[in-house]
Design a binder for this molecule. Structure first.
Ligand code: NIG
Ligand code: FE
Length: 401
């Protein structure tokens, strides 16, 4: 593969703390990045750039690691635009619409589901998302969960089994039986295509006992844990995630001090990062609060307590039909008390932490060459110019898209 130099970068966000300008973004000015074989081979001053087979002139613009969207539900059919419109006139969001999407998804062909996944994956990539996690959870039968994950695995390695999204209508009066199905044949069928297991731990979905049973079954067959937690009200999800060593607890909209303390105290040994330890990340999904007209999570409180925060889209047809990480960054800055630098870090390096990856969300030698060139001189513009398509060019695995 020919080498490629991204040259004349006005502001390079490396996310290598301690390098370049202070702060977690590790900003370098007047920089260049050399890409070889899909990886970053060199980062340094543009004046010292090595020769390369090809050159992209960033013309003084900002360059960032590609966004890491660590929470998305792309395998579904139909939409729920009418439900959204009703919410905008005052109807509450309850999660009850999930069953509508389950019905449409079961009725769809493989080709229809695949087309939707690919369309949304391409839409996200155009907006700078170079890694995306995709969950099942709208099939809720053995066959429909397995095919959802098989189709998701065609476009990402970060696949999550969410058979415990809600109890489907046909098991409404037999939730214990549904939990047995999820832990037994459904997990077995999903396992070949899944890296993660997730549960919607919430009133009206799965309680702590059911969620713990399902998540530990997944762990027993080698899946790592993430949890939908504390979205619609206070509850046990966050502390359950911490108890099980989850990579991430997602939503975190309604937190007690005990939840925040539990998250702040997490520290697990692992081989997944320099330094050999990781935490349970709080992944905040402001697209969901936007679309459900709910109060936003308090990112400032989490950051001040020392919790690692990620931002993700939660892209799904019910509670958050956006694939745009820049939109989430803008909301996080305007509504959640994050600085632009914190929000950009959370949408890149934070997402990588939430997926326990150290090869993405960062630009240093050896990292994947996933980067975006903005139509702007600084990362600040992502929040400062909301709704404007600022991602000029995306490199994914070193290949311009
Ligand atoms: O993350 N909270 C549960 N699941 C999704 C919503 C799914 C839906 O409404 O279809 C979420 O917001
Ligand atoms: Fe979700």
């Amino acid at each position: 593969m020919p080498s490629l130099l991204v040259d004349d970068i006005g502001e390079l966000v490396t996310n290598v703390a301690g390098r370049g300008e202070g702060g977690p973004l590790g900003i370098r000015r007047r920089a260049a990045v050399l890409v070889e074989d899909g990886e970053v081979a060199w980062v340094g001053p543009a004046a010292d750039a090595p020769p390369a087979d090809r050159r992209i002139d960033a013309a003084g613009a900002a360059v960032l690691p590609g966004f890491v969207d660590s929470h998305a539900h792309l395998v579904f059919a139909g939409d729920r635009a009418a439900e959204f419109a009703a919410r905008m006139t005052g109807e509450p969001y309850t999660g009850g619409g999930i069953r509508t999407t389950v019905g449409a998804t079961r009725a769809a062909s493989d080709g229809e589901l695949r087309a939707t996944v690919r369309r949304l994956r391409a839409e996200a990539l155009r907006q700078g998302t170079t890694t995306i996690e995709i969950k099942s959870g709208y099939g809720l039968t053995v066959a429909d969960e397995a095919r959802s994950l098989r189709i998701a695995a065609e476009v990402t390695g970060e696949t999550t089994f969410l058979g415990a999204h809600v109890v489907p209508a046909e098991y409404a009066d037999r939730p214990d039986e549904y939990v047995s199905l999820v832990c037994g044949p459904m997990l077995a069928a999903a396992r070949p295509y899944a890296r993660w297991i997730d549960v919607f731990c919430e009133r009206g979905a799965f309680d702590a006992d059911h969620a713990r049973a399902i998540l530990t079954c997944g762990q027993a067959v080698g899946l790592d844990v993430r949890v939908h937690a504390n979205q619609l009200g206070h509850g046990p999800g966050v502390r359950l995630g911490v108890e099980l060593g989850a990579a991430s607890v997602d939503h975190c909209t309604h937190l007690t001090d005990a939840d925040v303390d539990a998250l702040a105290s997490t520290r697990f040994d692992c081989m997944c990062h320099e330094g050999g330890h990781t935490t349970t990340v709080a992944t905040l999904l402001p697209g969901a609060e936007f679309s459900t007209r709910s109060p936003y999570p308090d990112a400032r409180r989490l950051l001040d307590a020392g919790v690692t925060v990620a931002l993700a889209t939660d892209c799904n047809p019910g509670s958050s039909y956006t694939s745009s990480m820049p939109f989430c960054i803008a909301l996080a800055v305007r509504e959640m008390g994050m600085t632009p630098a914190e929000a950009v870090w959370a949408a890149t390096a934070g997402g990588a932490r939430a997926l326990r990856r150290d090869d993405i969300g960062v630009l240093r030698p050896g990292a994947r060459a996933d980067l975006i060139i903005l139509d702007a001189p600084s990362h600040l513009h992502l929040a400062y110019r909301p709704g404007v398509p600022l991602v000029r060019q995306v490199l994914h695995n070193g290949v311009p898209r």
